[in-house]
Design a protein around this ligand. Sequence first.
Ligand SMILES: [Zn+2]
Length: 112
Amino acid sequence: MRKLPHCPECHQTISFLQSFKNINPWKYKCPNCQVKIEASRYWKILTVLGFFLGGLITGIAIYQEKNNIWETSDSLIFFLVTIIALLPLSYLSWLYVEFIPYSKNEETNTKP
Ligand SMILES: [Zn+2]
C-alpha cells in the first residue's frame, strides 16, 4: 500500500482532516512538528482547480436563480449534494499528496 501524506521533517502522517485546517498549499505548517512545509505542485494545481470549480458551481446556482429556475433552497441543496459528491474525490486526491521542505522549494524557485 502507498504511504500516506507525511511531513518531510518529522515523517509523521498528515491526515485529511488536519489538511482542512491548513488549506493554503504554498504556506503549510506541519500539524505535528509545526515546521513550515509545502505541498507538491500536484496539490497546488488541484487547489487552484478546486477554486475554479467552486466558482463554476456558484455560477450555476446564480444563473439558475436569476432565471427563476431555482429558489434559494434549491441552490442550497445543490451545494450540499455537490460537496457530498466531491468529498470522496478530494480524499482520493489527498492520498497522493507529497510534502516537501519549505526551503528546498525556495531553492528550486530561484534557479533560472
Ligand atoms: Zn512534521
